[in-house]
Design a protein around this ligand. Structure first.
Ligand code: NAD
Ligand code: K
Ligand code: MN
Length: 362
């Protein structure tokens, strides 16, 4: 029997509600399998840890994660601690420390869910956004001088390296090639950002020569938002910078029905380090602790985690359980217009998996 070592980091806010829910789904799968099980190690890093120790995670935290097969993450963000401290002290530390340079964000309209777009059939919106996850606008380069004085100045330098841009574009072309439509849209802002973004366009053209079967086009990020709303079916795989794709993927999630559904993988494609899976949403201060969080974004992240481990049959099983829940209006959480709780949705998904396991055994 194979044992996968999984680190769980619930973090803050609703992360503490949805990560245990995701863990229950993995446990339900393992209960029905004679091939694999999971050994979980839970890390209590985040805002509460910060209040006790003055840091979001211990200095040797990455060493504790290094040997894991995957990480399931919730959210970093606490109402009483500045957002840049919580984000840089935990999530970005892991993403950058483990060079998880590809942030992969699938979006589609799940059965039973009503997106806000009129004239958009479910099959018209089926995207994967690839977000550069190691540099660009979030490279951390910059500074503040003369703080509090009239001459104060501050910069956040969007640093792009040839290596960083080429590897994310190569990842995106490869992913586009693996999808049925073989369609890639490269998004930049190279009319206004005339240095790094122009380099990005040039490298896209170079990389594209290695993928003659991929149809690709370019779009400026502002125009891309309108295209996502007005012509969703013209998009399939999308690649963009750290900041642009961060914004576009929240839009994508909302167009597919809710921010609470969308998953992501922070992937080290070279598999030197563990990859980290999380819902794209944050701590959701307005609903935390109330049992209202939609756990589906985390469950879909569990699907991605299982695919990453090579457990595609188990991944398909969780996806089918998710789709059975979204097809049942009485199991919709408040963000989807329903009144189901996190616990009820989790139980339904686990029951579905267990019933399926029992049927297979019978
Ligand atoms: P958010 O994603 O936490 O919430 C935005 C809105 O979406 C809120 O109204 C919230 O209730 C709703 N929402 C989000 N997830 C939901 C779910 N699963 N079910 C139902 N509704 C859901 O974004 P925010 O309010 O901008 O940020 C709050 C905190 O989270 C900040 O500290 C921010 O820095 C942090 N954050 C962290 C991450 C991360 O850890 N990856 C991502 C985004 C935001
Ligand atoms: K998150
Ligand atoms: Mn975001």
């Amino acid at each position: 029997m194979k044992t996968y070592q999984i680190a769980t980091i619930p973090g803050d806010g609703i992360g503490k509600e949805v990560v245990p829910a995701g863990q229950q789904v993995l446990a339900a799968l393992a209960a029905g399998s004679n091939r694999f099980q999971f050994a979980f190690e839970d890390f209590d890093w985040g805002g509460d840890y910060y209040r006790k120790h003055g840091v979001m995670m211990p200095a040797d935290g990455l060493d504790a994660l290094r040997g894991k097969d995957a990480i399931l993450f919730g959210s970093a963000g606490d109402p009483d601690i500045a957002d840049h401290i919580t984000l840089w002290g935990l999530r970005l530390k892991i993403c950058q420390g483990f060079d998880q340079y590809a942030n992969v964000r699938p979006t589609r309209i799940l059965p039973g869910i009503d997106g806000p777009l009129k004239r958009c059939a479910p099959e018209d919106l089926n995207w994967v956004i690839v977000r550069e996850n190691s540099e660009g606008e979030y490279s951390g380069v910059g500074g503040r001088v003369h703080q509090g004085h009239p001459i104060e100045a501050a910069t956040d330098v969007s640093m792009m390296t040839r290596v960083g841009v080429e590897r994310i574009l190569r990842y995106a072309f490869t992913l586009a090639q693996s999808r049925p439509r073989k369609l890639l849209t490269v998004i930049t802002k190279s009319n206004a950002q005339r240095h790094a973004m122009v380099m990005w366009d040039e490298i896209a053209l170079e990389v594209s020569r290695d993928f003659p079967d991929v149809k690709w086009d370019k779009e400026l990020v502002d125009a891309a938002t309108a295209r996502m709303v007005n012509r969703p079916a013209t998009l399939d795989t999308i690649v963009a910078t750290n900041l642009h794709a961060d914004i576009l993927s929240d839009l994508a999630a909302a167009l597919a029905g809710s921010l609470g559904i969308a998953p992501t993988g922070n992937i080290d494609p070279e598999r030197r380090y563990p990859s980290m899976f999380e819902p794209i949403h944050g701590s959701a201060f307005d609903i935390m602790g109330k049992g209202l969080a939609n756990p589906i974004g985390t469950f879909w992240s569990v699907v991605m985690l299982l695919e990453h481990l090579g457990e595609s049959e188990a991944a398909q099983q969780v996806m089918a359980a998710i789709e059975s829940v979204t097809s049942t209006p009485s199991l919709h959480t408040r963000d989807l217009g329903g009144s189901a709780t996190t616990v009820e949705v989790t139980r339904a998904v686990c029951d579905w998996i267990k019933a399926r396991g029992e049927r297979a055994a019978a």
